[in-house]
Design a protein. Structure first.
Ligand code: FE2
Length: 256
C-alpha cells in the first residue's frame, strides 16, 4: 500500500480511520467515526499544505499571493462550517438520543479552546485581502502554530468519542445523525469555494483506497463540482495537496 506524501502528514499527522483497523468495519459507529476521520484528515492535509507553502509566498507576484490568501480563507471557511454544523446539528441530536446532555461537551469545550487564536488567523488573512503584498510568512506560521496543536488534538480526540457512543447501542441512530450533519455542513458552504477546497485536499487513495467512494454524495454532484464549480476559483486550487480526482499531488511550491 502506498504511503501518503510527507506534506500530507507533516507537521500535523493524519488520523488512522477506525474502518482501517477494526475487525468490524461495517458497524455503524465505526462507519460514522470513519466518515468524521476522513473529513478531519481533509482539514489536516489542508493545514499542512498551508504550513509547507507559506514560507515561499512572499516572493510571488501580488495576484498569486492573493490566490494563496483566498485558499487559506477557504480552509477557515470549511473548518468553521464543520464545527458549526456539529454544534448546531450533530451534538444536540446525539445528546437527545442518549439522554445525556453533556455527552459531547468535551468537544464543544475543545472548540472554544482554539477559537480565539483561530480567529486571529482569520482576521490577519482578511486584512491581507486589501493589500496582499504585506503578506508575512513568519506571521502566518506563528498564527497557525498558536492554534494548530490544540485543533489537531481535538480532531484526533473526536474519533474515539464517537466510537464510545457504541455503549448506548440502539438508542442512537448514529449513521442518520452523521449524514444529517454532513448534509447541513455541505449546504452551508459555497459550492465554488469551500466545497472545491475540500476536493482539493481529499485523498481517495488513502489507506489503500478503501474510502474511494467518499463522500457519500451522488456521482452527478461530484462530477459537477469537479467539472464546473472547480473552475470558478480554479486559480486557488493549485495550493491543494490533491488533484480534483482525489489523487495526491506535489505541492505547487515544494521545499528545496
Ligand atoms: Fe468533527
Amino acid at each position: 500500500m502506498s504511503t501518503p506524501p510527507t506534506w500530507h502528514t507533516t507537521p500535523y499527522p493524519l488520523i488512522t480511520t477506525p474502518k482501517f483497523t477494526t475487525p468490524a468495519p461495517h458497524d455503524p459507529f465505526t462507519l460514522a467515526a470513519t466518515d468524521m476521520a476522513l473529513v478531519h484528515n481533509v482539514i489536516i492535509r489542508g493545514l499542512n499544505s498551508i504550513h509547507h507553502q507559506a514560507p515561499y509566498i512572499s516572493s510571488l507576484p501580488t495576484a498569486e499571493k492573493l490566490t494563496f490568501i483566498k485558499y487559506c480563507l477557504f480552509w477557515f471557511g470549511f473548518l468553521h462550517a464543520h464545527h458549526t454544523s456539529e454544534e448546531e446539528v450533530m451534538f444536540p441530536k446525539i445528546s437527545a438520543a442518549v439522554g445525556v446532555p453533556e455527552v459531547m461537551e468535551v468537544n464543544v469545550t475543545q472548540h472554544a479552546d482554539f477559537t480565539p487564536p483561530l480567529l486571529e488567523f482569520k482576521t490577519y488573512l482578511d486584512s491581507l485581502l486589501a493589500d496582499p503584498d504585506t503578506f508575512d510568512s513568519n506571521k502566518l506560521i506563528s498564527l497557525i502554530e498558536a492554534f494548530a496543536p490544540t485543533l489537531t488534538q481535538h480532531l484526533h480526540d473526536e474519533i474515539p468519542t464517537l466510537l464510545n457512543l457504541r455503549q448506548h447501542g440502539d438508542k442512537i441512530d448514529i449513521l442518520r445523525i452523521s449524514n444529517e450533519e454532513g448534509e447541513h455542513s455541505m449546504k452551508s458552504m459555497s459550492m465554488t469555494g469551500e466545497t472545491c477546497w475540500f476536493m482539493a485536499n481529499l485523498d481517495l487513495t488513502y489507506e489503500g483506497g478503501i474510502h474511494k467512494d467518499f463522500p457519500p454524495a451522488p456521482g452527478v454532484i461530484k462530477w459537477w463540482i469537479r467539472s464546473v464549480a472547480w473552475k470558478w476559483n480554479g486559480v486557488c486550487w493549485r495550493w491543494g495537496s490533491c488533484s480534483k480526482d482525489g489523487n495526491p499531488k506535489a505541492l505547487s511550491i515544494r521545499e528545496l
